[in-house]
Design a protein around this ligand. Structure first.
Ligand code: NAD
Length: 483
């Protein structure tokens, strides 16, 4: 690994001020998706180390929540500056462990750092309110206080930004955290821990427990000192955590799976729609929760949209994320490849056909071939499950109502996109879509300034924006009498 600052590559967990191994001494290998070689190891920690981390976070909470908002903001600003200063190293670590092309990894580092800056600013704006009293001798105040120790559980597809999107508002609000990063991509989290230390964030405010999920997750969810869990990942694990949280009535934020429709109406700007489909479908090799999973195209524009999309996809270069010109990196693991192949075979067996495929795919176990499939229908697996790969299935439709019905015909409700130039259709469709986020004539919907989150089985709560910090704040009402 050609890092300028080799100290950023840590292979130990962080509990308080100590970078630690597992009590058992056991480790888990972290595998490069591009080469399948071992990048390094992480401690295989369990319930005991997680309990220690929660205890340390609980002790650190006492001082951290008493700091002024400006003091916490200054420390977050320092952390943000260090992330930008080390952008190249952080991006390289991200690409090596996760696979995405370096240009995208740099983008993720800037996006991730954006949350830290945003919530440093929001820290100064945590305010309460006063309520006019029903009697003259009383005053009523509404105060906002830190929730407490938070468990942060993150996925592999955005190993940097999914952490800062949670940790920055938690710290800004006065909470301390125990992070459990994905076992596939732990090094981005650990590098963020190094930079937090250097920024002067006190020991114990950020703790990072690494290893296999069941024991660590079980302790985080079961331990009564943890007052909140913020999770991004699959709906299956989200439901498991929600059940576990019931016993100690924990607060929960859940950012779960999606099945985004991407609707192109006859009156769309076809070039804009193709651009949007490319960025929404193929970013991160199609491994994003908001990525277009079902591309619904109206009959009148179907042929021209399909042709233009097919031309672009045929040119996509697949390969290691560190190689120049690569736009699609390897998939995260063999299971991801299996799922993509299962979806494509199922679609082809039920009448879909390949409209286009990339001709620039190297040999290698974990490279998926970017594809455009024509003739997709709602009976196919590709319509009901997240494919999480570079496969664009096109569904033909005739009428607006039909498109809305197909789009909403899923238990998920994270992101949806549609393209039209017609003003009244814009409002009609935007209001009819049952999703937490809608892109109208754009495939770009992720920014720290806007609420991010889903409805239905895509989750609970919102991250980013002014709402993001509320997830880490409790409301205390103070009644003052005898005046
Ligand atoms: P996953 O649910 O398998 O894992 C997510 C995290 O949960 C990992 O850290 C994993 O180790 C941990 N985990 C697994 N089992 C656990 C358990 N029993 N207890 C506690 N933690 C456990 O998801 P993934 O494969 O890493 O990520 C892909 C999924 O995440 C997709 O479904 C994607 O749509 C979703 N996602 C959603 C968003 C969003 O903002 N809504 C963003 C990114 C990814």
């Amino acid at each position: 690994m050609q890092l300028k600052d080799t100290d950023l590559f840590r292979q130990r967990g962080l509990i308080g001020e100590a970078w630690q191994n597992a009590n058992s001494g056991k480790t888990v290998d972290v595998i490069s998706p591009a080469t399948q070689s071992v990048l390094g190891t992480i401690p295989d920690m369990g319930a005991a180390e997680t309990r220690d981390a929660i205890e340390v976070a609980s002790r650190a909470l006492k001082d951290w929540k008493k700091k002024t908002h400006a003091e916490r903001a200054a420390l977050l600003e320092a952390w943000h500056a260090l992330m930008l200063k080390h952008e190249e190293d952080l991006a390289l670590i991200l690409t090596l462990e996760q696979g995405k092309p370096l240009a995208e990894a740099r983008g993720e580092i800037r996006y991730g750092a954006g949350f830290v800056k945003w919530f440093a600013e929001e820290a100064r704006r945590i305010g309460g309110s006063t309520i006019p009293s029903p009697t003259p001798d009383r005053r009523i105040l509404v105060l906002k206080e830190a929730v407490g120790v938070c468990g942060i559980i993150t996925p592999w597809n955005f190993p940097n930004a999914m952490i800062t999107r949670k940790v920055a508002p938690a710290l800004a609000a006065g909470c301390t955290v125990v992070i459990k990063p994905s076992e596939f991509t732990p090094y981005s989290a650990l590098a963020l821990g190094v930079l937090a230390e250097r920024a002067g964030i006190p020991a114990g405010v950020i703790n990072i427990v690494t290893g296999m999920p069941a024991e660590i997750g079980g302790e985080l969810i079961g331990n009564e000192t943890v007052r909140k869990i913020s999770f991004t990942g699959s709906t299956r694990v989200g439901a498991l955590l929600m059940r576990g949280a019931a016993d100690s009535i924990k607060r929960l934020s859940l950012e779960l799976g999606g099945n985004a429709p991407f609707i192109v109406f006859d009156d769309a700007d076809v070039n804009l729609a193709v651009e949007g489909a490319i960025s929404s479908k193929f970013r991160n090799g199609g491994q994003t929760c908001v990525c277009a999973n079902r591309i619904l195209v109206q009959s009148g524009i179907y042929d021209s949209f399909a042709r233009k999309l097919a031309e672009r996809v045929a040119q996509m270069k697949v390969g290691p994320g560190t190689e120049d010109g690569v736009v699609i990196g390897p998939m995260i693991n063999a299971a991801a490849i299996d799922k993509i192949e299962r979806h494509v075979e199922d679609a082809l067996s039920k009448g879909a056909h390949i409209l286009s495929e990339s001709n620039f795919v190297p040999a290698g176990q974990q490279y998926a071939r970017p594809l455009v499939l024509g003739g997709a229908t709602t009976e196919m697996l590709i319509a009901s499950e997240e494919t999480f790969g570079p496969v664009a299935p096109l569904f033909r439709f005739e009428a607006e109502d039909e498109a809305i019905e197909i789009a909403n015909g899923t238990p998920f409700g994270l992101a949806a996109y549609f393209y039209t130039q017609n003003l009244s259709r814009s409002w009609r469709v935007a209001e009819a879509l049952e999703f937490g986020m809608v892109g109208l004539n754009t495939g770009a919907i992720s920014t720290e300034v806007a609420p991010f989150g889903g409805v239905k089985q895509s989750g609970i709560g919102r991250e980013g924006s002014q709402l993001g910090i509320e997830e880490y704040l409790e409301v205390k009402t103070l009644h003052v009498g005898g005046l």
